[in-house]
Design a protein. Structure first.
Length: 243
């Protein structure tokens, strides 16, 4: 297999370790067989910026057949679970082509999210990232999104009782989104957010955390191809957003 870091634009600045890398047309998934969902996803927001049109949201939710059946979630796992099929790579982040938008509806790009979280502050954060990407001086916006499990808390699961494999999908306690923006002069800026999987109040700025701390919880360096790790250890960005 070819090294995906040589061919995938979104992996230019690195990615954490994982069980399996699923190379897509427009973003990359680092999959966890144990958690039956992505350990992380990595994208460039609307990478085909030459297109000026938008396609309608596809809603083509489906299992990812690249993953062995016994390690992947199916649609029935979410049915009547009380949880949303929460996008990790946002549908509206990839709305220039139908096939591009459709790829975001693979269940490998989903995690169980509380409805009040998914439709509330999580959506607000996704919109803010797109607003950042639309700034004239921003060349590319790289986004790493990851479920988080706190080991000192009980883990709830959802599952498909009719599935012969008995698939249970753990519900993340929280989610991390790390946003690396490169401007048109090649300068990098980094912001990382950690949000619990529940209804949250306050501003997005309240959920900024040092990237180093988030990496500890996810289990891996986010942007390990940036020499010296300078951006990871910076705390100056915590408490200050781009808006």
């Amino acid at each position: 297999m070819s090294n995906p870091f040589h061919i995938q634009r979104e992996l230019r600045y690195g990615a954490p370790v994982c069980d399996e890398i699923l190379i897509g047309r427009y973003f990359t998934i680092g999959y966890s067989w144990y958690f039956r969902q992505a350990k992380w996803v990595l994208e460039i927001v609307n990478p085909n910026a030459i297109f000026e049109w938008q396609v309608e949201r596809g809603d083509s939710f489906r299992a990812d057949i690249r993953i062995p059946r016994r390690f992947r979630a199916g649609l029935n796992a979410y049915k009547e679970s009380g949880y949303d099929r929460g996008h990790l790579v946002g549908s509206a982040n990839h709305d220039e082509l139908e096939v591009q938008n459709s790829e975001t509806f693979l269940l490998s790009n989903m995690s169980p999210q509380k409805p009040d979280f998914n439709r509330g502050i999580w959506r607000e954060l996704e919109t803010a990232v797109r607003d950042l990407n639309d700034k004239k001086n921003i060349l590319e916006t790289y986004v790493l999104t990851a479920p988080v499990f706190y080991f000192d808390r009980k883990v709830e699961t959802i599952g498909d009782a009719t599935d012969k494999y008995g698939i249970d999908v753990p519900v993340p306690h929280a989610f991390v989104k790390s946003v690396l923006a490169e401007d048109n002069r090649g300068r990098l800026s980094l912001w990382t957010f950690e949000m619990e999987n529940k209804k949250l109040t306050g501003s997005l700025q309240d959920y900024l955390v040092p990237t180093y701390d988030a990496e500890q919880k996810v289990g891996g360096r986010f942007w390990d191809r940036i020499a010296g790790g300078d951006l990871h250890s910076q705390k100056s960005k915590a408490g200050k957003m781009w808006t």
